[in-house]
Design a protein. Structure first.
Length: 376
């Protein structure tokens, strides 16, 4: 009998709590969204599985000596995983559209307005009973508006590690929902005539320009915002490897094997923070709501800036490309192209939208650098 009792004491059934079961269900929901719905599967699948593993009683995954414990402390707490992801994204990015039309840099900057508007909103939410966000918490939540998962994880790990799980899930969920969230905002802020504007074909960009650009971006960052150099520097390194043409093996590794391996462990490490004790709190609801608001404001700000550019250029800029200023690459650019084609079947905006889209990646990294410099 004692043996049976000892065996029962070691089973999961004897130690399951309602919170753990609920968080396993949340992990299951993330797996469903990734596998069945196809929402950001590369991240939501390992995050969902990590959430399931983190809530297994007595398994020790998140305790010292466990796999998820080391994945988090080695990769997330140090900031290494998000930085390696940024290097891979840089190696995948073509700055040609931005170099050919540098004015679109303003659209990437305008879309970051959602970050700073939500920073104020998160602080204001403290007036509601049950919410207690510090200034650092508010900054980590606000970066969701940039629609850049690695940047959100990097900043949250530095400013609000206890909110990392909720912030990462919100960031990647809203990135996956770009085709649902953005079109209504784009249509509400533009007229059918504006959406049908056909833009001139972009000029050819030389190899020399593509090589000089990441070096110039890095140089400006070093001079004016050194706090952003970890993110921007790794991004520029990846892009330089791509454009130089002399290290194809390194570029291909950064684009494929390295970014894939890091993505697996990044997702598991983020999932490890989705324990019942850390996720099932009132603050999580606030993070999800504020993240959606940040994303919507960022989209709207980009469209409004593009409308202004349209007026100033005499109708040569389609305002839809402003929505691509958020850094969900290349999803936001594809959405802008799709909405443009609905208004004009011969209106191909994809390459024009890629300019503000890659500018948004730089913009979110710079915004994170500003918040880190002020609050870190």
């Amino acid at each position: 009998m004692d043996g049976l009792l000892a065996f029962w004491a070691e089973t999961g059934l004897a130690h399951f709590s309602a919170g753990q079961a609920l968080m396993m269900a949340v992990g299951g929901l993330l797996l469903y969204l990734a596998i069945v719905r196809g929402f950001e599967p590369l991240l939501l699948l390992p995050i969902g599985f990590g959430a399931v593993l983190a809530n297994i009683p007595n398994a020790g995954f998140t305790e010292e000596g466990g796999l998820l414990y080391y994945a988090y402390h080695v990769g997330i707490e140090t900031g290494v995983f998000p930085l390696l992801i940024f290097m891979g994204v840089g190696a995948l990015t073509d700055f040609g559209a931005l170099i050919a039309n540098p004015k679109t840099l303003l659209l990437g900057a305008a879309a970051q307005f959602g970050i700073f508007a939500t920073l104020i909103g998160a602080i204001a939410l403290n007036l509601v009973p049950g919410f207690e966000f510090s200034l650092k918490d508010a900054a980590a939540i606000a970066i969701i508006g940039g629609a850049d998962g690695p940047t959100a994880i990097f900043l949250a790990s530095k400013l609000a590690p206890e909110l990392l799980g909720a912030i990462a899930v919100a960031a990647y969920s809203y990135m996956a929902l770009v085709p649902i969230i953005q079109p209504p905002i784009m249509r509400a802020l533009t007229t059918p005539q504006e959406r049908a504007i056909k833009m001139e074909q972009l000029r050819e960009v030389s190899k020399q320009e593509k090589i000089i650009f990441p070096l110039m971006v890095l140089g400006l960052t070093i001079l004016f915002l050194p706090a952003a150099t970890p993110l921007v520097g790794m991004f520029c390194l990846g892009n330089l490897m791509r454009e130089s043409g002399v290290v194809d093996r390194l570029s291909n590794t950064a684009q494929n094997e390295l970014i894939n391996i890091v993505t697996i462990f990044l997702g598991l490490a983020v999932g490890s923070k989705l324990s019942a004790a850390q996720f099932l709190r009132m603050e999580t609801l606030g993070i999800l709501v504020l993240g959606a608001i940040a994303f919507a404001i960022g989209t709207a700000a980009g469209v409004l800036m593009a409308k202004l550019m349209c007026k100033l250029s005499g109708g040569k800029v389609n305002p839809l490309i402003g929505a691509a200023g958020v850094s969900a690459v290349p999803m936001a650019a594809r959405v802008a192209n799709k909405v443009g084609l609905e208004a004009n079947p011969h209106n191909y905006l994809l390459m024009h939208a890629m300019g503000p889209n890659v500018a948004g990646v730089l913009g979110s990294a710079v915004a994170a650098g500003i918040l880190l410099a002020v609050l870190g």
